[in-house]
Design a protein around this ligand. Structure first.
Ligand code: UN1
Length: 495
């Protein structure tokens, strides 16, 4: 199948005619289709069209914009299974997870729809008589969205729906590994009645299409989810150009299991947190920090269950863990296995590609555990984005909190304890944007702010109520109906 960009209200090829292939990571002989490999020319056309879209959309009342998004939510609900299936084919994670990914998009649509009837400003008293003072929210312009492969529906909707609800036009460049899901999303937006010029879909690679979007002078808002290294480059460009920028980047999330934890509960949590989505979540559990008293018993419980995880095609019902996204991802995990060995950590299971019959056709890697990982080592500090869990032994809760905090990232953390005081101390002391008590490091919900501290982000949040501030500009209006000049700060007497 041949897929196209959506620019200027039409499905079109890339100007230069180049294409790339979308390949199933579970079976590399399965080519899903070819997609346009866009260049700056395509981005320029998208911007020209989005300007027209913005003119139409910014004048559409916010409740009406919300109605379009509600219909998108309805259409996504009706096609949930079919979208999950095509998403698993291009991304690899099991169907239960891709259904969850679509559901996160549906939740985001309905939340945005309801925000159309709020989008609150403030009305406050003026210091002067017969004068009204208020703030309200205005659209900004064209939002350029650059999205990753791991949540092919959820992350594009997190960015796109709030941007649209606030009245902006959108240009999206999805990850080249998962271009099909966003193509369907754009079809649904059009079916729901979005004026076509309001949305532009530009397929391609980060270095040409993505970079052109970030650098375009007429795109004042950029939202990027991806690596901390790429985010730094995006940040430099946006800083020079005074763009509004939201960055969601790396993580090195830890689960802490203290001596008084419910170990059976913690076991289910770490299996889901570390090996769900094959470890390819920003929120994946990459470190397991275990207190001395339960360390050995918990590690042996865990090893037994990890050895029993079933690798396979995500479209098969009995699959626990799907493939990695591409060859580069497999090679990266392999490199970290070597790093772990060289640093003297003990490989407990996994550590290599899975090559048994059937699995040799895809990018499979065995779920891997290293124990005896030292705080401060590379294995313990660097984001891997694969099914590799590092176990660190600690003596006290305070040491656990210190180890959690001594990394450059700060997205999510998780604390298993039955002591309510320790739980609240953890909430206070763990340096992360999200902390879970007695639940794994993943599981963010669409109506709460999502994001991390330190080098995970740049202070903005996605989701919840906060993202609407990112995608809109605060404007203040003063209305003086006194009929005379009243000078603020001066004519404020009681007279
Ligand atoms: C991500 O890891 O990039 O909490 C997003 C979660 C999901 C979203 C994760 N709801 O893991």
């Amino acid at each position: 199948m041949t897929f196209q960009n959506f620019i200027g209200g039409r499905w079109v090829d890339a100007c230069a005619g180049a294409t790339f292939e979308n390949i199933n990571p579970a079976d590399t002989s399965d080519v899903i289709g070819t997609f346009p490999r866009s260049t700056p020319d395509d981005v320029n056309r998208a911007v020209a069209s989005a300007k027209k879209g913005f003119d139409i959309w910014k004048r559409t009342p916010a409740p009406g914009r919300g109605d379009v998004l509600r219909r998108v939510g309805d259409l996504m609900s009706a096609r949930k299974d079919d979208i999950a299936s095509l998403m698993t084919r291009e991304m690899g994670k099991p169907l239960s997870e891709t259904k969850g990914d679509v559901q996160e998009g549906i939740d985001t649509a309905y939340y945005a729809a309801s925000e159309g009837r709020r989008l609150f400003g403030h009305t406050v008293p003026s210091e002067l008589r017969n004068k009204w003072a208020m703030s309200f929210r205005r659209p900004i312009g064209i939002a350029g969205l650059v999205t990753p492969f791991n949540f092919p529906m959820a992350i594009p909707t997190w960015k796109m729906f709030p941007a649209l609800l606030c009245g902006n036009a959108v240009i999206i460049k999805p990850a080249e590994d998962v271009p099909h899901t966003v193509t369907v999303l754009v079809e649904l937006l059009l079916d729901a009645g979005l004026p076509p010029e309001v949305i532009q879909l530009v397929h391609g690679h980060g270095e040409d299409a993505g970079a052109a979007l970030v650098q375009h002078p007429d795109v004042p808002i950029i939202s990027f989810t991806g690596s901390t290294e790429t985010g730094r480059i995006v940040g430099e460009i946006c800083g020079r150009m005074h763009k509004r920028l939201s960055l969601e980047m790396g993580g090195k999330n830890a689960m802490i299991v203290l001596n008084d934890a419910d170990l059976d509960l913690a076991l289910e949590g770490v299996l889901w947190g570390a090996f769900g989505t094959t470890g390819q979540r920003c929120t994946a559990t990459s470190r397991l920090i275990v207190q001395d008293g339960v360390h050995d018993s918990f590690v042996s419980m865990l090893e037994k269950r990890v050895r029993a995880l079933r690798l396979g095609d995500g479209r098969q019902a009995d699959t626990d863990v799907g493939p990695l996204i591409n060859r580069g991802a497999v090679e990266k995990v392999e490199r970290y296995v070597e790093v772990g060995r060289a640093e003297g950590a003990e490989l407990r299971c996994g550590g290599k590609r899975a090559t048994s019959a059937g699995l040799d056709r895809g990018h499979y890697f065995e779920p891997t555990i290293f124990t005896g990982v030292k705080a401060g080592s590379r294995l313990e500090q660097e984001e891997i984005f694969g099914p590799l869990l590092s176990v660190i032994r600690v003596r006290t809760p305070d040491e656990a909190f210190t180890v959690n905090n001594d990394v450059k990232y700060g997205l999510s953390s998780s604390l298993y304890t039955s002591d309510v005081s320790l739980a609240f101390r953890g909430l206070n002391e763990l340096d992360n944007g999200i902390t879970y008590i007695n639940a794994p490091t993943i599981g963010a919900e669409a109506h709460l702010p999502f994001g991390g501290v330190k080098q995970t982000g740049n202070g903005h949040r996605e989701g919840g109520w906060e993202v609407y501030e990112f995608y809109s500009e605060t404007k203040v209006g003063y209305v003086d109906f006194s009929g005379k000049l009243q000078r603020a700060q001066i004519d404020t007497g009681n007279a």
